[in-house]
Design a protein around this ligand. Sequence first.
Ligand SMILES: Cc1ncc(COP(=O)(O)O)c(C=O)c1O
Length: 360
Amino acid sequence: MNTFDIEKLVRPNVREMAPYSSARDEFKGEAQIYLDANENSLGSVSSELFNRYPDPTQNKLRTKVARLKGVEPEQIFFGNGSDEPIDLLLRAFCQPQKDRVLIFPPTYGMYKVQANINDTPVEEISLNEDFSLPLEKIQEVVNPQIKLMFICSPNNPSGNLISKLGIIDILKCFKGLVVVDEAYIDFAPVNVSMISEINTYPNLVVLQTFSKAWGLAGLRLGMAFAQKPIIDILNKIKYPYNINTLTQQHVLEALNGIDKKEQMVATLLQERTWLNEELKKLKAVKTIYPSDANFLLVRMEQANLFYKKLTQSGIIVRNRSNVALCDNCLRITVGTPNENQALIKQMQGISLKLLVKNEL
Ligand SMILES: Cc1ncc(COP(=O)(O)O)c(C=O)c1O
């Protein structure tokens, strides 16, 4: 049995501190006249009114997202992108220069960047060659100094889902927090999300975002799902008004359009299959890794050259050649049908030139 204790895990200064109490925290009802927050009572310079601070607890959004995700409202934290909960988890649970985090490269770069900002040493265990979790190595390395581990599923940049059973094995024995970043989960088969496990495992945090399948990256809304004690800590240390009014309004409206989200996901998945088939035909393409996300990781002959030529033609993909296990790999986001056709056409042209020069 895992003897997980959140009170012991949280940084002592965070446990002891009193959070900032905003005007809107102190008075929550509806009033005629608001003279409590030093806002501009006359209105806004812009044509739409934004003179009032946003709801610091994001209640309407919380109720709607809770229903959608099948969790309690108090099991959700909203952040300015999922980058915010990544940052706050580090600040809440890792004492700089003392505690550590564990990551599994190749993976999303922000875990390490945020840990560096927080002056928290990062331990790294490479994923296996097939980008699965190296479970035995994790058991060997884990120690009490490691307070957080970040597992990205589906993983960026490899695109594969990480086995749920493997994650559950870790949850059962690790006494720190297991943060499962599910930014791309809407592109994966149904019912694979770890959200269904948050009531069972007090040390599980699941991150999701409106930036990918919902197509709302510009609004910056990320979510962390976990049991209430963890969510309370994140809310305690967040900026009081971290989710602006526009974002709250737009996402509330977008939540009525789940059919459109599902339609877009279906189209992107079809396009992913098409791209996969077309890329396979190119002699320069060595491996296309199985993807549960809206991108493909493609191992090529001469990835740097393809990257350069594509960029010169105005098509930007992500060159991951310098990343662990991704030698000669490009990460290609699935685009619109026209964009995908343009990409393939350019890649065919580059391949042909290399073939003619006998360089493939
Ligand atoms: C795995 C992963 N997590 C999180 C993010 C960032 O999400 P957000 O836009 O919600 O900050 C990204 C963005 O590319 C990502 O790939």
